[in-house]
Ligand binder design. Structure first.
Ligand SMILES: [Zn+2]
Length: 73
């Protein structure tokens, strides 16, 4: 079930949602963009390479959600 909206939907990923004590949050117009930023952040700041494990990558992907609050404010 997916809802189509007009204009680019803002997606976001928060490290905190992954159970990491980190206030970093990345946003992008597409899931792929957000995931790419999250992968980069995880590698630089946490020494974790999300691309090494499809399980981790899928987990991170599942944490990406529409950033309705940021879009509304
Ligand atoms: Zn982080």
């Amino acid at each position: 079930m997916s809802v189509k909206r007009e204009g680019p939907a803002l997606k976001s990923f928060a490290c905190r949602d992954a159970g990491v004590i980190c206030n970093a949050r990345v946003t992008g117009e597409t899931e792929a963009e957000v995931l790419a930023k999250a992968v980069e952040h995880a590698r630089e700041k946490h020494g974790v390479d999300l691309t090494q494990s499809s399980t981790l990558a899928n987990y991170a992907k599942g944490l990406i959600h529409d950033d309705a609050e940021a879009a509304a404010s």
